[in-house]
Ligand binder design. Structure first.
Ligand code: C2O
Ligand code: CU
Length: 461
């Protein structure tokens, strides 16, 4: 069609207005959930087909400045629906990535635009939050680092994403059986190959007296890592992204439950050529290297004094916790203890009936996310939850959207974090300011437990 003068002029006039509009509507940087094949097992074993972000395991390291915005277009090139959760970010509820609660799952071939503010500096991570039990185990996770304006002085900043993969040694494939009742009702899906940044033999090079910031992320499905420093000495400076008021010497065991993070500042103390490593306690009680550090002598620097604390993030206090009324969330079920009954999909069922529906666990008498939240809070209210682990297993309880503090028996508050590990029979009180409106999941981060009952939610008005 020949343009009339009128349409031509209209088109011309629209140009200056279209340009800025067109620029802001430009597609976001994609983050593609897709198949990939990676060499996880030692040379000689077959390579492993995984589900990945952008073809790597872990997915790409996302890094941005505190106070900036992060945006990514999730493109789903898998055959199953998926979504991305930005674990530990005090995020807009609509961007939290929980399919069925904060968004619809993204269908195969579909996409979803995530864009959100980053209020807090620290070590965070992202992972699938649709059928997470399987999707995270297949590789859909990566680290997300938010940088302080004024980061501490270190020679190197290393992100170490820990995983525990269950491989079929014959084929090199990720073992199936994600709904295995044995795993779900016990400690969860434990693997047979530990890897860090997708490598079973990761090694770092450093000089004597180098100061390293190690950012550890536990992306494993259920493994609780017990770690120590060998040939290095250091301090814990942040937990779950949030700075500690004072660095704490990391001289004993560093326990990292699924989804937890720890930021360490460590000095290499080993002589050149002497062993230095991040070691973990294996099943037989022996300590084995998880990440080796090859120490060379080139450094001329001398030992340094303790690092100062990291600059605090905003909104790190929880006032009014003492006077807040605690609500009890009893954790029940699992092998050895079981439970009498729980509500599931609107029905009160006994343990046998729950098991028949693949539900082994309950939170506050509810197996799986119910229609009603565990609690509703006014915006700005201080919330207090008494978690009672009435099971024979450990659980890593995670709250979305807000960090909490544990209330210690001496009346003080523990570190601010988003995931707390609870031993069998332990009682832990947590408190947080319910200042982030929306629907927030609260669940065990042993993903097989979450998938078989240990998932609840709260609502902040
Ligand atoms: Cu990493 Cu529902 O969380
Ligand atoms: Cu659990």
């Amino acid at each position: 069609m020949r343009p009339t003068r009128r349409t031509f002029c209209a088109g011309l006039a629209a140009v200056p207005f279209l340009r800025p509009g067109a620029a802001s509507a430009a597609p976001l940087v994609p983050l593609t959930a897709r198949h990939a094949t990676v060499q996880l097992a030692p040379e000689g074993y077959p390579a492993t087909p995984v589900w990945s972000y952008d073809g790597t395991l872990p997915g790409p390291l996302l890094r941005a400045a505190q106070g900036s915005r992060l945006s990514r277009r999730l493109v789903n090139a898998l055959e199953v629906p998926t979504s991305v959760h930005w674990h530990g970010i005090r995020i807009d509820n609509a961007m939290d990535g929980v399919s069925g609660l904060t968004q619809a799952a993204v269908p195969p071939g579909g996409s979803f635009d995530y864009a959100f503010d980053l209020p807090d500096a620290g070590t965070y991570w992202y992972h699938a939050h649709t059928n997470s039990m399987e999707q995270v185990a297949r590789g859909l996770y990566g680290a997300l680092i938010v940088d302080e304006a004024d980061p501490p002085e270190v020679d190197r900043d290393e992100v170490l994403v820990l995983d525990d993969v269950l491989l079929d040694p014959e084929t090199g494939r990720i073992a199936e059986g994600f709904d295995n009742p044995m795993m779900r009702s016990h400690a969860g899906r434990l693997g047979n190959l530990l890897c860090v940044n997708g490598r079973f033999d990761l090694s770092l090079a450093a000089r004597r007296h180098d100061r390293l910031r190690l950012r550890l992320v536990n992306a494993a499905n259920a493994r609780i890592f017990v770690l120590r420093l060998e040939g290095m000495s250091g301090w814990t400076v942040a937990l779950d992204g949030m700075p500690l008021a004072q660095p704490v010497p990391a001289s004993g065991d560093i326990v990292l439950a699924p989804a937890q993070r720890v930021d360490l500042i460590v000095d290499v103390t080993a002589e050149a050529g002497a062993p230095a490593a991040l070691v973990h306690r294996a099943g037989d009680g022996s300590w084995r290297a998880l990440v080796e550090v090859a120490v060379s002598a080139r450094g001329t620097s001398a030992a340094r004094s303790a690092p100062p604390p990291l600059p605090p993030n905003p909104r790190m206090t929880v006032p009014g916790a003492d006077s807040a009324e605690p609500r009890e969330m009893r954790m029940q079920g699992g092998a050895m203890r079981g439970m009498e009954s729980a509500r599931h999909q609107g029905q009160l069922l006994d343990f046998a009936a729950l098991i028949a529906r693949g539900q082994f666990w309950s939170l506050a008498g509810q197996a799986g996310r119910g229609d009603d939240p565990f609690a509703r809070y006014e915006r700005g209210e201080t919330a207090r939850i008494r978690l009672v682990n009435d099971t024979a297993f450990a659980h890593a309880m995670h709250l979305h959207g807000m960090h909490f503090r544990t209330l210690l028996p001496d009346g003080t508050q523990g570190a601010m974090r988003d995931t707390v590990l609870m031993a069998p029979d332990e009682v832990t009180e947590i408190a947080f300011v319910a200042n982030n409106p929306g629907k927030w999941l609260m669940h065990c981060h042993m993903l097989g437990h979450a998938a078989s009952g240990m998932t609840s939610w709260i609502e902040v008005a």
